[in-house]
Design a protein around this ligand. Structure first.
Ligand SMILES: Nc1ncnc2c1ncn2[C@@H]1O[C@H](COP(=O)(O)OP(=O)(O)OP(=O)(O)O)[C@@H](O)[C@H]1O
Length: 778
């Protein structure tokens, strides 16, 4: 062993010794804190004397309660803090750091070594840094600079100096296995090794090998909107997650994980990425899918179609006139033109067009829609729609009071009283006694007046109606949205832009869905948008950062909506238009539609062109599938060329796939995906490949990323990766039209180490170039 290597092992031993001591101390502390918390909880009420006899007693009780609650919260906080630190150190105990820079500040002649790991560590006195957190200002030199003059920003200003050297360490189980001088690029050797590994059930952090362009994304801190457009496998999701960890570190005094929200494509993806932040000692951000949000807001009013439901319809239906209208409908309803039309429509409602639901009581109308409209439009026209609705609500509640005054004398009330259950009668008695000022002990002395009981009965009968009014259900939002479609010629009032040729059909289709209390996916966001324009936006001011992954799948409408929903948040948007699979994105190649969202001064765009996921031969093949694919630079990792086998029927297809899976397993691949175009095809393939041991079918709604051999529809494989991918049927019949090119590309780019395509009959035309160029082995 050379002396330098020995010295480094000794240093690593020393640091691991400090970590071990700190772990022992923290274990004792967490145990002590835990006991403390249990103890406070157990004796909480012993310490508080509850006495509310006099005001002073009451005050004392409140103060006592507050003191105990405070003590509990301090102990819980300390316990949480110590446990988090403990779990971070557990991760560092056998691999304390992964890198080192030798940096000399301008006024120093001897460079100082800075060791970099997943978290900072000082010696026992807290004086010397043994390890620097990868997010510390000085660590940026490691990711960004080459030897020579270098600098890094700190809150106190820029520190300038010279980077003398840069090293990468591989320490496993406490043993320094290797160290590389990575002065020029950050350890291609290490990156080779990381990327060459088999996939795991979950995504891992990449802090040891972050690349310079990815670091720009992670540490970006200007403006409201960061847009990242990057090739498949370029590390967009990884960079986004490390960015969240970075923001949590940088703003640790002012921001916590609950104030960051990640919009994921589906719940399986959410589970796939949920390990990265805990691995770095951070709590997970909130995760949600846009569909979940739509369901949450609209699920009780409508049956809302999912985005995948929409996609399946577009994929599966034959090329009919109704499918063409549907595609046009999706495009139009996702466009900026439609946003503007809806804004204009909502403005027009200030003078006419509001729609209300008649209110009935005991089967008889008590306030008609016309009366409500009259009240609404009788108000000050300067008032906003929402304020006018509030006034209308108050008026309606007043009307109920008037109604109550007449109603209690009616015969139906007596009939109701007669059939009151004993329980209900007693409840009414207790309630009215309380109102008359009788104490609990004196309730029995109260003689209930029949009049009071009758009024109470009417009051109770009106309760559902009052609730309906308080929640603005008297506004007929379905009809309001429907007015955009009930007469095809009306749209001209709200937009001068060109309309799709199929507009008449689109109007008929939409009206029929609304009639049925169903909302197609493309209507859901516009519907909600209109509702919010009328009612005022329900915004969330606590979220400070919104991250949107697979952003190419969002419509301009959805972005506009999210901007309103999170008015104080910054946004990071990551996507790849070559993977845009929804009909609304046809023809789009970039995020220029986002330029206007926050304005150019607040927006920055970063492009990632280097792709890491797949081997070089796989990338050389997949980039041939898309226009301008040659701009994608493969990371130089060797592997086998993808293959294409043409078979004559499905029987042969299934037997060949069975054999292939077997081979791949023998080679050691653990996660193998048979990717199908649609859910329908996946179901058929799953049924036909049952001879494969442990085969699993992934469906929309599958919550966990499954390892092993899976059959999966292409669109659900987005964002995730597999050791080996088999394209179930890459034939012209399945992947013939331009509209599925991006879906096909997405499916093929999921492969890390091996990719095999099968085709029943003639292969897809997308493959011609690759076959001709020899990037696909036939
Ligand atoms: N700097 C890096 N160091 C190590 N691994 C990396 C690095 N960058 C990316 N990777 C790996 O490359 C793979 C692809 O990364 P990721 O899923 O983040 O890419 P993506 O751009 O989101 O892909 P897609 O758009 O195709 O879903 C992952 O396995 C990730 O760990």
């Amino acid at each position: 062993m050379n002396p330098e290597f020995r010295h480094e092992q000794q240093r690593a031993d020393l640091v691991m010794g400090v970590i071990a001591k700190e772990i022992a101390r923290l274990k004792a502390e967490t145990a002590r804190r835990k006991d403390e918390v249990v103890n406070i909880r157990r004796h909480f009420w012993d310490e508080v004397k509850v006495n509310t006899d006099t005001f002073d007693d009451y005050l004392e009780t409140i103060i006592g309660l507050r003191q105990e609650a405070q003590a509990l919260s301090v102990s819980e906080g300390s316990h949480r803090h110590a446990s988090r630190r403990l779990s971070t150190l557990q991760r560092m105990k056998e691999s304390p750091y992964f890198g080192r820079i030798d940096f000399a500040e301008d006024d120093e002649s001897i460079p100082e070594p800075f060791y970099i790991g997943i978290s900072s560590l000082t010696d026992a006195d807290g004086e010397e840094f043994l390890v620097y957190d990868w997010r510390a200002p000085v660590s940026s030199v490691y990711y960004d600079c080459q030897p020579g003059p270098a600098e890094y920003g700190t809150p106190g200003g820029t520190v300038r100096g010279t980077l003398e050297g840069k090293w990468q360490y591989l320490i496993r189980n406490g043993i320094l296995e290797s160290m590389f001088d990575t002065s020029l690029t950050i350890g291609d050797e290490v990156l080779q090794e990381v990327l060459g590994k088999r996939t795991d059930k979950q995504m891992h952090n990449i802090v040891a090998t972050i690349q310079q362009d990815q670091n720009r994304i992670i540490r970006h801190d200007r403006g409201r909107l960061l847009i990242v457009h990057g090739a498949a496998g370029s590390g967009k999701t990884s960079a986004a997650l490390q960015r969240i960890a970075y923001l949590l570190y940088k703003y640790r005094e002012h921001m916590n994980a609950d104030q960051i929200i990640l919009f994921s494509p589906n719940t399986m993806f959410s589970s796939y990425v949920s390990n990265v932040l805990p691995e770095l000692g951070e709590e997970n951000m909130q995760q949600v899918t846009f569909q979940e949000y739509l369901e949450h807001r609209l699920g009780h009013e409508f049956q809302v179609e999912t985005s995948y439901g929409q996609l399946e319809t577009v994929l599966s239906d034959a090329d009919t006139a109704s499918k063409r209208s549907r595609v046009e409908s999706i495009r139009f309803k996702s466009s900026v033109q439609f946003i503007e039309a809806i804004k204009s429509y909502s403005r027009s409602l200030a003078s006419s067009g509001m729609r209300f639901r008649e209110l009935t009581f005991r089967g008889r109308p008590i306030v008609t829609a016309e009366q409500m409209a009259e009240q609404f439009y009788g108000q000050d026209p300067e008032l906003r729609l929402h304020s006018r609705l509030e006034k209308l609500k108050d008026w309606l509640l007043g009307e109920f009071k008037i109604l109550q005054k007449d109603e209690w004398k009616k015969q139906w009330v007596q009939d109701e009283i007669e059939i009151l259950s004993e329980d209900a009668y007693l409840k009414a008695h207790r309630y009215l006694a309380g109102k008359r000022g009788f104490t609990r002990e004196a309730v029995a002395d109260y003689e209930m007046e029949p009049q009071a009981l009758a009024k109470l009965v009417v009051h109770m009968k009106l309760k559902p109606l009052r609730k309906l009014v308080r929640t603005y259900q008297f506004v007929d939002f379905g009809a309001l949205y429907g007015q955009l479609f009930d007469d095809p010629s009306k749209i001209g009032q709200w937009t001068q832009g060109e309309m799709p040729g199929e507009w008449g059909d689109i109007c008929r289709m939409t009206a029929a869905m609304l009639e049925d209390a169903r909302l197609s996916h493309e209507d859901a966001t516009p519907f909600l948008f209109l509702k919010e324009l009328i009612m005022g936006f329900q915004s969330n001011n606590t979220i400070r950062h919104v991250v949107i992954d697979e952003a190419q799948d969002y419509t301009p409408f959805q972005f506009e909506f999210l901007k309103h929903l999170f008015p104080v948040a910054k946004m990071t948007v990551l996507g790849d238009f070559n993977q845009a699979i929804y009909a609304h994105a046809d023809g789009r190649t970039d995020f220029s539609m986002l330029a206007g969202l926050y304005g150019p001064d607040q927006t920055e765009l970063v492009n990632l062109t280097r792709s890491y996921r797949s081997t070089r031969p796989i990338i050389e093949f997949t980039r041939k599938l898309i226009p301008q694919g040659e701009t994608i630079i493969p990371f130089d990792r060797d592997g086998e060329r993808p293959s294409l086998e043409q078979v004559s029927d499905f029987k042969e297809l299934h037997s060949r796939i069975g054999r292939r899976v077997h081979d791949l397993q023998r080679q050691g691949h653990q996660s193998i995906a048979v990717i199908c175009q649609s859910a329908e095809e996946a179901l058929y393939a799953y049924g036909s490949l049952s001879a494969i041991d442990g085969l699993k079918l992934i469906k929309n709604g599958t919550g966990e990323y499954e390892q092993g051999v899976v059959v999966i529809p292409s669109y659900l494989s987005k964002g995730i990766e597999f050791d080996a991918v088999i394209i179930y049927n890459a034939s012209r019949e399945v992947y013939g039209g331009e509209s599925v090119r991006r879906l096909f590309y997405t499916a093929c780019t999921r492969a890390m180490h091996a990719l095999h395509l099968y085709s029943v009959g003639e292969p897809s035309p997308f493959l011609e170039d690759a076959v001709r160029g020899g990037t696909l082995q036939v």
